[in-house]
Design a protein around this ligand. Structure first.
Ligand code: GLA
Length: 384
């Protein structure tokens, strides 16, 4: 697990300076997949895996970035920071600096050390955690404070405009705004949100298929383009439909024939997923775990069959969980094509559930998965 005292001491040794420390969590999404960029609904929770950032000012005009995970340090001229990504870990902090510079902030000379334990490429938003931790650290050094939804938007822009991944707002938003023991129902249209308490007796069991996924990769972008193409067809008939958030299943019945078969299926996933997500938040608020589990199962089916965003391993991980004692609901979480499943499990069964699921997956797929028993954690913050 991440260790602020250890980051403080390595920053002190490396930079001979006392850092301010910040953390930003990764996330798991309970339901609402590929709906954020369609201005729909998502319901993620922040988790205890996080990125820590240590920051201190310098007097030599340099921006020096160090990652304990990668073990490398990179130095830039603060007055001439790179304007383009290089497909390197530094793209994430540099993207945040570029967006802040674009907002008129003069980036000061600084040392930034990063250290995280969010598994990379596992659909748990390691990149959003780096962006949000960096943004909090740098804005604090600048002496400015952005409201959390605005900070999340800045970090999303870093990812979209600098890193070059066409992701939505979900990951940065939950990292910046998560609340202990709560899931967050976010309306991605206006960024209004409601917190839904996760009952104490329910654990978030996150099972990593060990199949790497990447938002910057082609599949995410292709799916997003298909969703937008479906929306454009509906908009020809109903110009008030700007995003699939505004569309209904009856729009698909009327105009689906004008779409490519793939676009139609992707749109069906997004439109029904929005309905499921709002219903799931309702179920969670009512403590109706049975209904929440049913909606998660339906969501996985739609993600796998209509959106074709799953993979053999993730489908197996979901199927293998079904008859294990304590399961409330299971589905693939995050951008898709690998990564982790989220299993809501009665806490008293969580340990045996995690072990049994790991054993079943190993013997069926031939890969030893990592299975973590988590709880919903608070959002990004300064560490005092
Ligand atoms: C990734 C993106 C998010 C969202 C999910 C899919 O995590 O970063 O914006 O689109 O995929 O729900």
């Amino acid at each position: 697990m991440h260790d602020p005292a250890a980051l403080r001491s390595l920053h002190q040794k490396r930079f001979q300076a006392e850092p301010e420390l910040f953390f930003a969590p990764g996330r798991v999404n309970l339901i609402g997949e590929h709906t954020d960029y369609a201005e729909g609904f998502v319901m993620p929770a922040a988790i205890e895996f996080a990125t820590l950032a240590g920051i201190s000012p310098r007097s030599d005009g340099k921006v020096v970035l160090y990652s304990e995970n990668f073990g490398t340090e990179h130095s830039f001229d603060a007055a001439a920071l790179p304007a383009q990504a290089t497909k390197h870990w530094t793209d994430y902090p540099l993207g945040v600096l570029a967006v802040l510079a674009g907002k008129g902030h003069r980036i000061p000379a600084l040392s930034l050390s990063l250290w995280g334990d969010v598994p990379l490429g596992s659909g748990l938003s390691s990149s959003a955690a780096v962006e949000v931790a960096t943004a909090l650290a740098v804005t604090s050094l600048l002496g400015v404070e952005y409201a959390r939804p605005v900070l999340a938007r800045l970090c999303q822009r870093a990812e979209n405009e600098f890193v070059g991944a066409s992701s939505g707002i979900m990951d940065q938003f939950i990292s910046a705004n998560g609340a202990e023991d709560h899931a967050l129902l976010l309306d991605c249209r206006d960024l209004s949100f409601k917190l839904a308490p996760i009952p104490h007796g329910v654990a978030l069991v996150i099972a990593n298929t060990m199949v790497k996924h990447s938002v910057a990769g082609g599949e995410y972008t292709t799916r997003r383009a298909e969703v937008e193409a479906a929306c454009a067809v509906i908009a020809r008939h109903r110009p008030e439909v700007r995003f699939l958030r505004d569309a209904t299943v009856s729009d698909l019945a009327q105009w689906g024939a004008e779409m490519s078969p793939n676009a139609l299926k992707r749109a069906r996933h997004v439109i029904t997923e929005n309905l499921r997500t709002v219903a799931a938040a309702d179920a969670l608020m009512r403590h109706d775990m049975k209904e929440l589990g049913r909606l998660m199962a339906e969501a996985h089916h739609s993600y796998s069959q209509d959106f074709e965003g799953s993979c053999v391993e993730a489908d197996a991980m979901v199927a293998l969980a079904q008859d294990l004692p304590g399961l409330i609901g299971a589905r693939l979480t995050g951008g898709g094509f690998g990564g982790c499943t989220i299993n809501l499990v009665e806490r008293e069964h969580a340990a045996e559930f995690a072990e049994a699921l790991g054993a079943r997956y190993s013997s069926e797929i031939g890969i030893v998965p990592q299975v973590h028993i988590c709880h919903a954690s608070g959002g990004a913050n300064r560490i005092s």
